[in-house]
Design a protein around this ligand. Structure first.
Ligand SMILES: NC(=O)c1ccc[n+]([C@@H]2O[C@H](COP(=O)([O-])OP(=O)(O)OC[C@H]3O[C@@H](n4cnc5c(N)ncnc54)[C@H](OP(=O)(O)O)[C@@H]3O)[C@@H](O)[C@H]2O)c1
Length: 277
């Protein structure tokens, strides 16, 4: 039977995952489906039982279920366990597996957009301490970044994140973000600030060193004010849409058996949809 896949969330109508996976299904001429399914928190146990019984080959999980699905799976990847949140599920050998591919998505896009970033990065400045920031810090430490300076509005949340991932993370007050800019070879915005409908991200980039990589994981708008200013000052801008596209690769490979390419055409399709919205 052709694999049936899903993305579950509440809400879910905004998700661009169906567009990404259907585009690959068409491109590779594969039989199968990928649908958005609106699952309320109270309905999650029933949905996960259906998945276990074989209604689907697997799928993606978005807010608010990224942590809540964990008790329903049999095996969780090391990254998923470390972060305490997963976004990709699949059935294999009668067992339910889970992984967090946001990390691979973040790193995959950074590798593609700023080749050599890893060799040049001793210190990274990460803004934000939510679920995305935790994955990013985990991924950066896995790539041997020596020092992460973590800045978040709620200091306690940043301290918790640092305590869970280790000594290489130094926490600073939110008000010190601008003065920290000069210390970093890589700056990542993983807050919701700068996203359409959210307040702007107020950070002074006047001390940005040319060649610093500035990665904004917000992808609506496509080019955030942070990225535009970073480019103006000689930084290398890395946008959030690429992370979204790259995080979809491992799931598609599991369910449909082909490692898909993140092409300029796929990017243009999703960009057009974002510009329409
Ligand atoms: N490109 C991609 O593929 C991708 C993947 C995942 C997430 N994202 C984006 O990343 C962003 C964060 O996602 P998340 O899952 O980590 O969300 P989250 O767990 O809710 O964390 C939100 C973060 O934003 C900060 N924040 C929110 N409003 C703020 C404000 N007014 N002032 C200062 N800080 C504020 C929060 O600080 P406090 O801790 O102080 O509340 C926290 O650090 C979202 O915009 C999401 O769309 C993109």
């Amino acid at each position: 039977m052709a694999p049936r896949c899903f993305v579950i969330g509440d809400p879910i109508a905004h998700s661009r995952s169906p567009m990404i996976h259907r585009s690959w299904l068409r491109q590779y001429g594969l039989a199968g489906s990928y649908d958005a399914v609106h699952v309320l928190p109270a309905d999650l146990p029933t949905f996960m039982a259906q998945l276990r019984e074989g209604a689907f080959a697997g799928g993606n999980v978005t807010l608010p279920h990224k942590e809540a699905v964990i008790p329903f799976v049999d095996d969780i990847s090391e990254a998923g366990r470390a972060i305490g949140a997963v976004n990709t599920l699949w059935r294999e050998g009668g067992r339910l597996h889970a992984d967090n591919t946001d990390i691979a998505g973040f790193l995959g896009h950074l590798d593609a957009s700023a080749p050599g970033w890893q060799e040049r990065t001793g210190t990274a400045l990460v803004l934000g301490a939510g679920g995305a920031a935790k994955g990013i810090c985990y991924g950066l430490l896995g790539r041997c970044v020596e020092r992460i300076i973590l800045v978040n509005r709620s200091l306690g949340r940043a301290e918790e994140l640092a305590a869970s991932l280790g000594k290489a993370i130094e926490v600073r007050e939110w008000s010190r973000a601008s003065e920290t800019v000069a210390e970093a070879e890589l700056i990542v915005n993983s807050t919701a600030l700068g996203m359409s409908g959210q307040p702007p991200l107020e950070i002074d980039l006047s001390r940005l060193r040319p060649g610093t990589v500035v990665d904004d994981i917000v992808y609506v708008p496509l080019k955030t004010a942070l990225l535009a200013e970073a480019e103006r000052r000689g930084g290398i801008a890395v946008d959030g849409l690429g992370m979204l596209l790259h995080q979809a690769v491992p799931g598609f490979a599991r369910w449909f058996g082909i490692v898909p390419q993140v092409t300029a055409q796929l990017r243009a399709t999703i960009e057009a949809d974002i510009l329409r919205s």
